[in-house]
Design a protein around this ligand. Structure first.
Ligand code: CP
Length: 316
């Protein structure tokens, strides 16, 4: 039973929430993780809530994880994918959302390619909004499930060293992870080719490095990102083969370290590009635990946001 309240009506980004909010989400997710490991994995907490899942970009993990979280909470749900919708006929985002809301929807979970699309909607509609990824900006539930999984593996994150490797420039996961980890007191570094690391990223209070082997030695946890070719209008790297050769993380590199580190990846993985199969599938990898924790984290976020609407203190 968790009687805490979030400080926010929506989850637009990690930047907008406090360390206390993050801790409350983690405490609630721990309780839901226990629930989803029971033979009957469902609770009635959101049985009077209707949620629309609006995906204007592709997704496997986030979409299915939100859908499962909503079903486990007994919410009514509707799913929308832009490829099969009237967006293709020229309808605006606001018109689309207002039409969906007129069907008495309480909460919107949305992935959209435009950074700030969720903040824009929040200024124009009454329903609560959860950001499931906005372009290269934020992916708050991914950062929450990442930090929750790190905490499960290594304990409190204060003082722990976490390095985010790869295409930081195009990654919403990187920015949300940086905000979240700093709020929890971790030391954060980014590492990748100079063309894929934003110029003034140190101003966020983190380190940057272009040296993969030295960064692997520095960190306790390596969070490895995918090269997002679909967001690159120009060539930031000569070829995937070269990227893999100079920046891909393989078992040989881990064997050279004088310690063991935790390996993470938000998915989808490009095996043999940013991470080799023997690293992704190694005993140090918690990639599938991240996916498992995603359901409990999203249940916690939806439950706590729904709490803002009235009295929903009973998880069970
Ligand atoms: N990690 C993540 O956002 O994966 P999907 O794009 O499959 O949702």
């Amino acid at each position: 039973m968790n009687r805490g309240r979030l400080s926010t009506k929506h989850l637009l980004g990690i930047k907008d929430i406090s360390a206390e909010d993050i801790r409350l989400i983690f405490e609630t997710a721990e309780q839901f993780k226990e629930v989803i490991n029971r033979p009957i994995k469902k609770v009635p907490s959101l049985r009077d809530v209707t949620i629309a899942n609006l995906f204007f970009e592709n997704s496997t993990r986030t979409k299915l994880s939100f859908e499962l979280a909503e079903k486990r909470l007994s919410a009514d749900i509707i799913n929308f994918s832009s490829s099969s919708s009237s967006v293709k006929k020229g309808e605006t985002l606001l018109d689309t959302v207002n039409n969906i809301l007129s069907m008495k929807v309480d909460m919107i979970v949305m992935r959209h390619p435009a950074p700030g699309a969720h903040a824009f909607l929040a200024n124009h509609i009454d329903a609560q909004i959860v950001n499931a990824g906005d372009g290269t900006h934020e992916h708050p539930t991914q950062a929450l499930l990442d930090a929750f999984s790190m905490r499960e593996k290594v304990g409190q994150l204060k003082g722990k060293k976490i390095c985010i490797f790869g295409d930081v420039l195009h990654s919403r996961v990187a920015l949300s992870n940086i905000f979240c980890l700093l709020k929890l007191g971790a030391k954060v570094r980014v590492c990748g080719p100079p063309t894929l690391i934003p110029k003034n990223i140190e101003s966020l209070g983190i380190e940057k490095s272009y040296n993969v082997q030295e960064s692997l030695q520095w960190c306790d946890i390596a969070n490895i990102l995918r090269i997002q070719l679909e967001r690159q209008e120009i060539n930031y790297i000569p070829s995937l083969r070269e990227y893999s050769l100079y920046y891909g993380i393989n078992k040989q590199m881990l064997d050279q370290l004088d310690k063991e580190i935790v390996i993470m990846h938000p998915g989808p993985i490009n095996r043999g590009v940013e991470i080799s199969s023997d690293v992704a599938d190694s005993e140090h990898s918690i990639i599938l635990q991240q996916v498992e924790n995603g359901v409990a984290i999203r249940m916690a976020v939806l439950f706590l946001l729904a709490n803002q609407r009235g009295d929903k203190d009973n998880l069970h």
